[in-house]
Design a protein around this ligand. Sequence first.
Ligand code: GDP
Ligand code: IMO
Ligand code: MG
Length: 426
Amino acid sequence: MPVTVLVGAQWGDEGKGRVADWLARDTDVMARYAGGDNAGHTVSVGEQTFKLHLVPSGIIHPNVTCILGSGMVINPLRLVAELDMLAGQGVDISPERLHISPRAHVITPGHLELDGAEERSRGGSAIGTTRRGIGPAYRDKAARSGVLTGTMTDPDTFAAAVQAHIERVNVLLRTVYGLPEIEPSDPVDAYRAAAERLAPFLADTTALLHARLEAGQRVLCEGAQGTLLDLDHGHYPYVTSSSSTTGGALTGLGFGPHEVNRVVGVVKAYCTRVGNGPFPTELTGATGDRMREAGAEFGTTTGRPRRCGWLDAVALRYAVRVNGMTEIVLTKLDVLAGFSELKIATAYTLDGQSITALPVDTAQVERVEPVYETLPGWQEDISGIRALDDLPAATRQYVERIQALAGIPIRLISVGPERSQAILNT
Ligand code: GDP
Ligand code: IMO
Ligand code: MG
């Protein structure tokens, strides 16, 4: 049972890329199972920073085989650009170590245009998507009108399928949104060229994964987005369009639950959210601004400022259950240095009633008021600390309280973006 699933426990950007990079030392195969280039995973190694959107973070480790699973939606132009960027940073991106499922779906220029058009038409109730075409691509997948990555084996057929898709979208742009049409020839030529480049990477990733599991190899499934952005388990419609929780790893890669022996939840020491939707512990004033500055909370994918707030233990307990989380990696603890006190939401009040569980209904989550527990802050810079006992007492108290509220162990604490800035909690 050598499969570890790594999931975001909050609204994304918890530091999954950084933690996947840490876990890569004990990993033979690393796979992305959901989402597309709406994800932005940052890995810092020494002086180098890698910003990954589609390729698993394991690519930086020469001995790790990487998979882009069938649950993903892939923009071929963005993937080619990412591969070029990685090659430019000295990473081996040969087809021997990077495999793309032929069953993943392609994001076309039509999906990108529709994402923008739909967001604009939502007006004040916009989702705040990354505008990477994610929702429209998954919609086509579910409607059985999408383009499979496997089509790239024949670049002419692929180009014709992309062109046909653009023409279908053009009808919508013109008649529904009153927008100018996409001129198909330019994007289609670029897509044909991308198919020629990417075809050698296509492989039966499910069979490959099973062969590796039978050989006793260790697999890490690198989740994208976060539990509260999951299509089924987040607060609809302020979600992404895929299964970002543990279940998505099974369907997005094709193996059974008995293979999974470890579910690592990445938890930021406070909360952030990009885009719209409920965020009970959000801090809209100076404290939130301070967190944003201290944590450099600006999106890796879109550069948007992230909304910031206190840690929400009600949402965390929910994430532990929804994912079957077995352990936590706590990230960005260093960012909280300098606050005189820290707060953790341990319950909510909803319409005057005290509740301890996250409401299912989106409108209700918009209305809840957090009930806070206050803990002492610490002033010391902890980014150079590598042993638990060396942390200030207030820091240890904060970590222990999160562990008690979550009900599962915190195995690793990250105190900086760089690979070595971590404390093992054994
Ligand atoms: P992901 O989407 O979950 O992989 O997270 P992102 O990469 O989008 O955002 C996390 C950001 O925090 C990145 O810029 C990381 O380099 C940075 N980061 C990760 N862990 C830590 C940490 O422990 N401390 C600090 N200060 N930064 C961190
Ligand atoms: P990583 O993997 C943070 C958010 C968007 C928007 C909503 C829907 O880096 O943690 P979409 O473009 O998916 O249709 O947007 O989901 N979102 C993310 N927020 N981190 C991400 O990925 C995200 N991927 C999508 O901001 O609110
Ligand atoms: Mg991110």
